[in-house]
Design a protein around this ligand. Structure first.
Ligand SMILES: NC(=O)c1ccc[n+]([C@@H]2O[C@H](COP(=O)([O-])OP(=O)(O)OC[C@H]3O[C@@H](n4cnc5c(N)ncnc54)[C@H](O)[C@@H]3O)[C@@H](O)[C@H]2O)c1
Ligand SMILES: [Zn+2]
Length: 329
């Protein structure tokens, strides 16, 4: 399967079992290639690339959210500089959303931008973070506060690599697909209410939702904000737990449960999440969550854009006084 994303830079997404083995078909092997990956992405995946691109360089960072730091970012830039990479060369992200966000920001800023190819290896990154062009690192415990909009030149999605992912990470990423269903695609949401999940179809439909939204509003001035459904509270939960106790998707699930007002939709969502062992409640201190909402980058002075879903497949942006968010908690 193939999707063309048409933004400031148009690029293809290839979704195909085994396409990692075929990377040579899609990537120019004449150019220098730096693969950025982390130490928990199975080594066999980078070896598959190394066999096809024997001259490539590899930068392995420590896994986890802490890789999205200024120090690791600087380290990656230094590696490129020391090896004298030019603007004609390529940075490949091989890993989950952490590696994608980090390597994408490295590619966006090294010599004012070099070619970026994303090979996402987690459900979260295959479903969501590898497209849309948001790349970033964290600072002062604030998520994604230093970054850029920078589109990849190619996204290669091989669903076979998901076989090595832990069950918790696997389910964590699916939350973004459930979100995509809730805001835009009722049939996608309904797939989660069936017994068997066709993961390739889930990835494909989720990416179509993201493509449709991002193409209309690449830099998130309007409709793209609907992709943040569950994320306003979700980011506050992530900060509250110091990006540690819960994964991104799990916090988004908590965020969606917090913000949903329609009891029937909420009940259906809870049933899906529970089937996947994803938390639907947490013990966060309400006042502290409220204080964190006020520091969110989406809060503009005393007002905040909140995404609401009142019917499955339809989202709306409501601009509310920050103080009103207390009522949701
Ligand atoms: N840019 C965006 O639009 C966007 C959207 C959503 C989330 N994000 C970001 O994505 C990040 C979370 O991404 P994630 O959930 O993919 O986490 P992650 O990148 O930390 O990956 C999870 C863990 O799985 C390991 N791993 C990766 N692929 C594997 C595989 N195939 N088999 C076994 N282990 C594997 C990783 O080494 C890591 O330890 C967050 O930083 C979040 O902010 C970005
Ligand atoms: Zn997200």
């Amino acid at each position: 399967m193939r999707i063309e994303v048409n933004c400031s830079r148009s690029y293809p997404i290839i979704i195909e079992k085994g396409c990692l083995q075929q990377a040579q078909k899609y990537i120019d092997g004449q150019r220098r290639i730096m693969i950025i990956t982390d130490d928990m992405v199975p080594a066999s995946y980078r070896q598959i690339l190394q066999e096809q691109f024997p001259h490539c360089d590899v930068k392995i960072v420590e896994h986890g959210e802490k890789a999205k730091s200024l120090a690791v970012y600087e380290d990656c830039l230094a590696a490129l500089l020391q090896l004298n990479y030019s603007r004609k060369d390529i940075v490949i992200a091989l890993g989950g959303g952490v590696v994608g966000d980090l390597a994408g920001f490295v590619a966006a800023t090294y010599k004012r931008g070099i070619t970026f190819i994303n090979i996402p290896t987690t459900t979260l990154s295959q479903i969501d973070s590898s497209i849309g062009g948001k790349v970033a690192i964290n600072m002062l415990d604030i998520k994604n506060c230093v970054g850029a909009f920078y589109q990849p030149s190619l996204v290669l999605i091989d669903p076979l690599v998901l076989q090595t992912l832990s069950k918790r990470h696997y389910h964590n990423g699916l939350v973004e697909a459930i979100k995509a269903g809730l805001i835009y695609d009722p049939a996608l949401f309904a797939m989660f209410e069936q017994d068997d999940l066709d993961i390739e179809k889930v990835i494909y439909r989720s990416l179509l939702v993201k493509k449709a939204v991002v193409e209309q509003d690449e830099r998130e001035n309007g409709i793209r904000k609907i992709l943040n459904f569950g994320h306003t509270f979700g980011h506050a939960y992530e900060s509250y737990y110091h990006l540690h106790d819960y994964y991104h998707g799990e916090c988004v699930a908590l965020g969606m449960m917090t913000v949903l007002q329609d009891l029937d939709i909420k009940k259906r969502l809870a049933a899906i999440l529970q089937k996947m062992d994803i938390p639907i409640m947490c013990d966060a201190d309400k006042e502290k969550i409220f204080a964190l909402l006020a520091t969110d980058k989406k809060a503009d002075h005393e007002m905040i854009d909140l995404i609401e879903v009142t019917k499955i497949g339809q989202a709306k942006i409501v601009n509310l006084p920050l103080a009103q968010l207390r009522a949701y908690l």
